[in-house]
Design a protein around this ligand. Structure first.
Ligand code: PLP
Length: 352
């Protein structure tokens, strides 16, 4: 199963005669300020000659201190995508059950399918603005007793976020044998962020964090999982040695001490989001409510609009792979960049 992701499609750019530097990326929801200078410096100073620490000890120790958990509760991965696949491989096999809150990030289902497990979905509907009906979701979860559940919060691509109480109810419904994986890749950029760490005490909840989005480290590939040590150990045993390279570890460590950069990005996103929303609505488009640093927008033919925008040097995410061929997902960037996007979209929709 090949998953589609928001990123800059190099082959397509070449056919259009564009270089990556010519394109504004509204497709991958990364920190609009880019990688911080401090992190770049740390990455540049990484030791390229020796093997990296296969235990990522320095990064795990720093994370343990910040999150008030033990080092044994942490696993660092080659992006959170590697961790999703390790979790699936360690907990699923044919006849086991994985539950996915859809529409959502495609890698959960791809990882589950690869193990031969059954994949079940709690599907949110457009008429509900893609909010899951919590009572139904809790009932389905309790009846299914899934071995593994993926919940993205705030959710990609809808921007829907559940409050702590709702996630607690789901954790209860999963039962003690299952594992609820809370992917909070976008929580640092949520309108009202909340800290899911207290849920770790339940024992059947794990927190998955990408450093790609908050810290603009998508190219470095670094993310981490926080869970009870037995969950960590069974995933770790499946991980290839040196999967997280020295540059990623150095960059990740430096990024952890760089809260100001994330805070500055939050401020830019707040402003950019208001500008993007009003610009899109000004074009007569329906924009869904979103807690996150991206907006889901209804257009008639998302594939055509995406192609036309790319030719104008702006990459957005066509949501066909999420089962939403009439929607685009547009990341929030700086207000002036959002204005450029809106202007380009105005031309495209006018048929120019
Ligand atoms: C919800 C979510 N989780 C995880 C990822 C993957 O992150 P990483 O780059 O850390 O593998 C993405 C990337 O788009 C995502 O949207």
């Amino acid at each position: 199963m090949t998953t589609v992701h928001g990123d800059l499609p190099q082959a397509e750019l070449r056919t259009l005669g564009l270089r990556p530097g010519d394109v504004l990326d509204f497709s991958s929801n990364v920190n609009p300020l880019g990688t911080s200078p401090r992190v770049r410096e740390a990455a540049a100073a990484a030791d390229l000659e020796s093997y990296p620490d296969r235990d990522c000890l320095a990064l795990r120790e720093a994370l343990a201190g910040r999150l008030a958990v033990t080092v044994e509760s942490l696993l660092v991965g080659n992006g959170s995508t590697e961790l999703i696949h390790l979790l699936a491989r360690s907990r699923l096999r044919p006849a086991r059950r994985c539950l996915v809150f859809a529409p959502t990030f495609g890698e959960y289902e791809a990882a589950a399918v690869a193990t031969g497990a059954e994949v079940h979905r709690v599907e949110a509907a457009a008429r509900d603005d893609f909010r899951w009906r919590l009572d139904e979701a809790v009932r389905t979860t309790a009846e299914l007793r899934p071995d593994l559940v993926f919940l993205c919060n705030p959710n990609n691509p809808t921007g829907v976020a559940l409050e702590q109480e709702a996630v607690e109810q789901l954790g209860e419904a999963v039962g003690p044998e299952g594992l609820l994986v809370l992917d909070d890749a976008y929580m640092p950029f949520a309108d009202t962020p909340w800290d899911p760490s207290p849920l770790l005490g339940r024992g059947n909840v794990a927190i998955l964090r990408s450093m790609a989005k908050a810290h603009a480290l998508a190219g470095a590939r670094v993310g981490y999982l926080v869970a009870r040590p037995a969950v960590i150990e069974s995933a770790r045993r499946l991980q290839h040695p040196w999967s997280v390279n020295a540059i990623a570890q150095a960059a990740g460590l430096a990024a952890l001490g760089d809260d100001d950069h994330v805070a500055a990005a939050r401020a830019v996103i707040r402003e950019g989001k208001a500008s993007l929303r009003s610009g899109l609505e000004g074009l007569g488009l329906a924009v869904l409510p979103s807690e996150a640093n991206f907006l889901l927008v209804r257009v008639r033919d998302a594939a055509r609009v995406r192609g036309a925008l790319l030719r104008r040097g702006m990459a957005v995410r066509d949501c066909a792979s999420f089962g939403l061929p009439g929607h685009l997902r547009i990341a929030v960037r700086r207000p002036e960049e959002c204005e450029r996007l809106v202007e380009a979209l105005r031309e495209v929709l006018a048929g120019g």
